[in-house]
Write a protein that binds this ligand. Structure first.
Ligand code: AMP
Ligand code: MG
Length: 323
């Protein structure tokens, strides 16, 4: 297997790259394209049927993909008010929590800003201050109302973008199903948002953090078990306007793509949704403030690579390195 095929959004599962060295018979790898990304499940051979886990991911996609006009979140975005499934409500409530702890840096109400920047890319120009102000007035999680399973927006024109956390949530749902089926050792990876349950072919799962500028290089290898991992980087998706590259993560308080950027943020957490949300939140907060936040949160570790390629690690990161 070629390394190139397996370099996925900042994180690399090493036992796959060096597949020849792994005892192949003990693990099976299955891949499907879901949520416009490659979803890979690597499971120990005792758990042959992982189709239900893929189905769980498809279900999350059908509810939360805002690019699909029939998804639940699209209906909410169009109607401003909707009775939603318990899954969508759970994700919104978690998103509100992540907004609170990141002081608004992570915010699922960025939808109108994301649309604005896509439009600017099409129109090959930057937004006027009026356009920016008008759009910013629609941003803020405090304007989401929730009561039982009813969700509504307090301002016309608000739109939710679950692009960050839907994948992490889907990974967690797949793991939940696999656990129910008695699977002990499995990795679910949705385009770099992943969860590693139990152990891989050679002890704990070994995950490499990709160099943000040299995609074939690995900065560090960590060993994890029963943890979620996600990386947000500036190098995969961006807007190009007037020849300048703007990252796809937007600062909800300025409306601008994050400028004082880390080049990559990797988070290890107890589940994939937390890793996913905090990777984006820390990206917006920047290396120093972001790391300060991570060091206050129990059971969460981070590696941040700054624009100058300076590497910052959280207090407990060393414990994840291969002994
Ligand atoms: P990720 O690559 O997981 O960091 O997700 C980036 C996507 O999240 C973008 O393409 C936007 O759709 C959305 N997004 C951008 N900025 C934010 C933000 N500050 N908070 C939440 N979602 C965001
Ligand atoms: Mg992500």
């Amino acid at each position: 297997m070629k390394k190139k095929q397996l370099v996925i959004f900042g994180l690399v599962v090493l036992c796959l790259i060096f597949g020849e060295k792994c005892p192949k018979a003990e693990f099976i790898t299955q891949t499907q394209i879901i949520m416009t990304t490659t979803v890979t499940i690597v499971a120990d051979a005792s758990s042959r049927d992982v189709q239900e886990a893929f189905e769980a991911i498809k279900k999350v996609d059908s509810l939360m993909n805002h690019y699909n006009p029939k998804s639940e979140v699209s209906i909410l975005n169009q109607c401003k008010k909707a009775k939603v499934s318990s899954q969508l409500k759970e994700v919104i409530l978690k998103a509100l929590y992540f907004s609170r702890i990141t002081d608004g840096a992570f915010d699922i109400t960025v939808g109108p800003l994301v649309s604005l920047w896509y439009r600017m890319e099409r129109e090959k120009r930057l937004p006027t201050s009026e356009e920016l102000e008008n759009t910013l007035s629609l941003i803020g999680s405090q304007d989401i109302g929730i009561d039982d399973n009813n969700v509504w927006f307090k301002k016309k024109g608000m739109k939710l973008d679950l692009g960050v956390i839907a994948k992490g949530y889907a990974v967690d749902k797949a793991i939940e199903i696999l656990k129910e089926k008695g699977v002990k050792n499995v990795l679910v990876n949705a385009g770099g948002d992943m969860y590693c349950l139990g152990e891989g072919p050679q002890g704990k799962w070994k995950v490499g953090i990709q160099h943000p500028r040299k995609t074939r290089e690995i900065v560090e290898v960590i060993e994890i078990s029963n943890r979620g991992v996600a990386t947000s980087g500036d190098y995969h998706r961006y807007y190009t306007i007037l020849g300048k590259r703007f990252g796809h993560i937007i600062n909800p308080s300025t409306g601008l793509p994050v400028e004082d950027i880390p080049t990559s943020v990797t988070i290890i957490a107890s589940d994939a949704i937390t890793a996913d949300a905090l990777a984006t939140g820390v990206f917006v907060l920047g290396p120093r403030k972001g790391m300060e936040l991570i060091n206050t949160l129990p059971q969460i570790e981070a590696m941040i690579i700054s624009e100058k390629m300076e590497i910052l690690i959280s207090n407990g990161w060393q414990d994840l390195l291969i002994k």
